[in-house]
Design a protein around this ligand. Sequence first.
Ligand SMILES: O=C(O)COP(=O)(O)O
Ligand SMILES: [Mg+2]
Length: 232
Amino acid sequence: MTRPIIVFDLDGTLIDTAPDLLESLNHSLATGPIPAVDSAGFKRFVGHGGRIMIERAYREHEVELPLDEHDRLFDLFIDHYNINIPGKSRPYPGVVAALDRFKEAGYLLAVCTNKHEVPAKALLTALGLDKYFAAITGQDTFAFRKPDPRHLTETIALAGGDPERAVMVGDSQTDIDTAKAAGIPVVADDFGYTDRHVREFEPTKIISHFDELTVDLAEQLIAAAHGRAAVA
Ligand SMILES: O=C(O)COP(=O)(O)O
Ligand SMILES: [Mg+2]
């Protein structure tokens, strides 16, 4: 039988990247007319990658953003971000132990992020975590990205997993909508990047620490999603 798989979002789920994303965003915005973004603004703008973060900041100030200017700002953002990897970004408490437990239990592990694939892989490599994952996909890996459910299902396929034996873990409405559209149970962490509480998006389960993400929980969620009793 195919091994079960657990798929993680990256920013705000496995890794606390906010200080670096915010610094790179403000490095870029400082060259244009709108003011710097604070951490509350960051939580409103993040979730769909750097380009959308810049676009949302401009929209909030009702300042027009022509395509060439958008390109220029994004290049500044991404260059600054890439050069500084891993910066201050670190895994959340309990992440490494959780990855070890799922690996030991025979799970495949994967990452499905709306970061671009290159910085996502570079960040995980810099933190020594890339070795855990059978697939790491970003917003530019396929022709679609979260919340399109195919970003998740194609990540599972790339990792050699089965969507019927899969769980997603994420921090945002984007992740929850993606997993639901794919018919995959979704665990939401409540310490990530969203300006509304994750409970409003009705994930299958909410955790406040990675210690709560047990193999038993994943088994139960997979079994419940497909109308079977969990094997004890
Ligand atoms: O960088 C973003 O905007 C979102 O990244 P994530 O999908 O890993 O949360
Ligand atoms: Mg996230």
